[in-house]
Design a protein around this ligand. Structure first.
Ligand code: SF4
Length: 91
């Protein structure tokens, strides 16, 4: 195969995989509001979070929207961090 085509094919496949992932997340349903609030509080205390834009510098997502969906994940797994959950919530 032509080398440039191999790179293009890989980039296209990555874009398709990301698109499929996004659709899967957006159609996964929404979490309860207390879970969304807790996720958002964790983001607000994260150094990767930009308060003014609500954007995470790790995933480049708008966090006030991303926290709502069941299959959304923090790219560095802070939403599952027990210490942060205890600090911000009741779990
Ligand atoms: S998604 Fe994770 S890395 Fe991004 S701002 Fe929230 S806690 Fe931080």
């Amino acid at each position: 195969m032509i080398p440039e085509l191999e790179g293009t094919k890989r980039a296209l496949q990555d874009a398709i995989d990301k698109g499929i992932d996004t659709v899967r997340t957006l159609t996964s349903g929404m979490v309860e509001s207390d879970e969304a609030d807790l996720r958002y509080k964790i983001c607000e205390s994260c150094p990767e979070f930009t308060k003014y834009t609500h954007i995470c510098s790790q995933c480049h997502c708008q966090m006030n929207v991303k926290v709502l969906f069941k299959l959304s994940k923090c790219p560095i797994d802070r939403w599952t961090d027990t210490e942060l959950r205890n600090l911000h919530g009741t779990r």
